[in-house]
Design a protein around this ligand. Structure first.
Ligand SMILES: [Zn+2]
Length: 286
């Protein structure tokens, strides 16, 4: 939506200061991303919704469950997702290569990365002063020191790849970063999951989910799905838009969600990484 004036001032006017408003450092494609987090009983919420309505904005309602630190520590697995300010462009369109032999021919789900992660040189500055970042495909990147801590932690189910950037004339340059990869893929989720709706489901069943933001995301598994889990896992389902016509270099892939144990979250927090969201998965007896 178009706001006339500084978003900080406008939000401050309804009492939404930096404690609840997370404003991106720079616009992406001319859009400045702003996240305001309020409890559904917060008296500022109707003011914010009125402000959005006044400016003709809709579809901005994101409902999410929130958890205490104790609940996060007790969760079997947590969905780990990116910080809006720590996302660097990388993946198929940057020259990262993938083995497509076991992937869906239509949507590319199941593409198996075969090279180092290559990220856009334009986004290098976003890594400065950070210890972790992600790509738009939820690939998790960590600095080499944090990679060493993870490797020595005894955490299971992880492997690392190099991270490079490509310069137009000078070729590839390796960065002091590593991509954190999961070796284990979860079984398909339970249909009792909410906020994950088969919308334009691909024939492979792995992509084409809609994640309506007004329904809290609850990723549900059966107790039996946990027998093989590791500290780092990815979902069988792939999320997000796809565009694949046989050429990986021109592909837009959906991507699996990254699921980690509280032990991994603790390692990130101990390293001073605060930008990730952590959302517990749910277990049902079936
Ligand atoms: Zn498919």
């Amino acid at each position: 939506m178009d706001l006339l004036g500084d978003p900080r001032t406008i939000l401050q006017a309804i009492g939404c200061g930096p404690d609840v408003a997370n404003i991106a450092e720079a616009p992406v494609l001319d859009v400045l991303h702003i996240y305001v987090t309020l409890d559904e009983t917060d008296e500022r919420l109707p003011k914010l919704l009125a402000l959005l309505e006044e400016h003709g904005a809709d579809g901005w309602d994101i409902r999410r469950d929130r958890f205490t630190d104790e609940e996060l520590e007790a969760a079997p697995l947590l969905i780990m997702s990116y910080d809006i300010n720590a996302r660097v462009f990388g993946g198929p369109r940057m020259g990262t290569t993938y083995d497509m032999s076991d992937a869906c021919k239509r949507c590319g789900a199941g593409a198996r990365q075969t090279s180092a992660m290559i990220i856009d040189v334009e986004d290098l500055h976003k890594l400065e002063g950070r210890r972790a970042a992600t790509t738009p495909y939820d690939d998790v990147l960590v600095d080499e020191n944090l990679a060493a801590v993870l490797a020595e932690s005894g955490a299971t189910g992880l492997s690392f790849r190099g991270v490079f950037t490509a310069f137009e004339k000078r070729g590839h340059m390796q960065l002091p970063w590593r991509q954190l990869c999961a070796t284990h893929t979860m079984p398909p989720m339970s249909p009792r999951s909410t906020g994950i709706v088969p919308d334009d489901l691909c024939c492979c069943g792995r992509s084409g989910f809609d994640t309506p933001t007004e329904i809290p995301t609850r990723l549900v598994y059966r107790a039996a799905d946990f027998t093989e889990i590791r500290d780092i896992n990815v979902t069988w389902e792939w999320f997000g838009d796809t565009h694949y016509e046989g050429d990986v270099g021109d592909a837009l892939f959906a991507y699996p969600r990254f699921l980690v144990t509280p032990k991994v979250r603790r390692i990130f927090l101990d390293a001073g990484v605060t930008g990730f969201h952590w959302l517990p998965i749910h277990i049902v007896d079936e």
